[in-house]
Design a protein around this ligand. Structure first.
Ligand code: SAH
Ligand code: SF4
Length: 347
């Protein structure tokens, strides 16, 4: 068995250049996934409801300081149309993602939307939110309206590194992110977090500590991916070499060995580094994919990083391309299932 019991042993795996050892790690992680969760991959239709954001993260193309972006907000009927598409396509659940906004008008609108999505799907579509940091009350209202999962990445478990990639204004503190994650878990959400891999100034020790943070927090779902430059951001203007997918695949595989019963997403950023990156992540222990259901007209405006794939496609094309790739790779889809993280039910 591969040793993942200490920080030192995890760092050693991350640093190792030994291909045989890498292949053994990937194979073991895949086997652990199949043993614990089966071999299916679950799909969540991703709807990017707006690119308007109050935050100014130094790496992200949607940051409020980026005046080159044309800002959009989908109407309720556009969102419900996309949700219906996801429902008709037999996706068990969907993800509503957007930049961060906290006004009461916005918050109430999201609450109503959650109710409407439940209505059009007879309560059958699971709803995941990825709408940034919100107050305890907002999280609770959205939960009571019917959202049952929330994704909020810690981005880095190292508060020093976190402060280097986020501006100091706007109360954008690591401690607030942590406390938001605690709120989500206490309210009862299936709670997801994650990090970016290959950030400037990030060490193998940081990455090993990220994995231990995720484990110790008792998270239910994880989405990690390579950091990618966006040319209209302060960090994107710096020289930086993107890490190849190997490091990301190692992170996925080690996490799967550490937490056999959580959900791990194969993320879009993996597909930027390698066209079949998401499929490779599935074979390294991931079990969730979030195909983009956003209307084609606004996709090009939701560029958190450069070269985001599929921005010319509509939901139907995204769906058929993904299904074809998965079936070519022999990966089975859990149609119509919520695919809850088993770890959520372990007490
Ligand atoms: N505003 C919400 C949701 C949208 S951003 C939020 O921040 O939670 C979702 C994720 O995209 C972020 O958590 C971040 O990890 C990722 N992201 C943003 N910019 C990125 C970049 N340049 N490279 C890789 N991932 C990025
Ligand atoms: Fe806004 Fe999220 Fe991008 Fe930060 S990562 S700027 S919160 S959309």
């Amino acid at each position: 068995m591969i040793d993942i019991t200490s920080k030192e042993s995890i760092i050693e795996i991350l640093e190792s250049k030994d291909t045989n050892r890498f292949n053994r790690l990937i194979e073991q992680a895949y086997n652990v996934k199949v043993y614990n969760l089966g071999n299916k991959v679950y799909l969540r239709g991703l709807i990017e409801i707006s690119n308007i954001c109050a935050k100014n993260c130094l790496y992200c193309g949607l940051r409020s300081g980026n005046s080159f972006v044309s800002r959009y907000e989908l109407t309720d009927s556009q969102i419900l149309e996309a949700a219906e598409f996801a429902y008709r396509s037999n996706y068990g659940s969907l993800v509503l993602q957007a930049g961060e906004r906290c006004s009461s008008v916005y918050v109430d609108r999201v609450t109503k939307l959650i109710g409407s999505i439940k209505d059009i799907s007879n309560g059958r579509l699971g709803i995941t939110l990825s709408l940034g940091e919100q107050s305890y009350e907002t999280y609770k209202n959205w939960f009571e309206a019917g959202a049952h999962r929330y994704l909020l990445r810690i981005e880095s478990s190292n508060p020093m590194l976190y402060s280097k990639i986020h501006p100091m204004d706007n109360n954008h503190l690591w401690e607030n992110r942590l406390s938001a994650l605690n709120d989500l878990k206490n309210i009862g959400y299936q709670t997801g977090t994650g990090i970016m891999i290959g950030l400037p100034g990030q060490s193998y020790q940081d990455l090993a500590e990220d994995l231990l943070f995720i484990k110790n927090f008792g998270i239910h779902m994880v989405g990690m991916g390579p950091y990618l430059r966006h040319s209209q951001t302060p960090m994107g203007k710096e020289e930086h070499t993107t890490t190849d997918l190997t490091l990301t695949l190692k992170m996925v595989a080690i996490l799967r060995l550490m937490m056999p019963r959580i959900n791990i997403a194969a993320t879009t950023a993996m597909q930027v580094v390698d066209p079949i990156g998401r499929e490779r992540a599935i074979f390294a222990g991931a079990n969730v994919i979030m195909p983009n259901m956003t209307l084609a007209d606004v996709r090009k405006e939701y560029q958190i990083y450069n070269n985001k794939p599929g921005i010319e496609d509509d939901a139907l094309i995204t769906k058929s391309k993904l299904e074809e790739n998965l079936s070519k790779a022999g990966i089975e889809i859990g149609w119509g299932e919520w695919g809850d993280p088993q770890a959520y039910f372990d007490k």
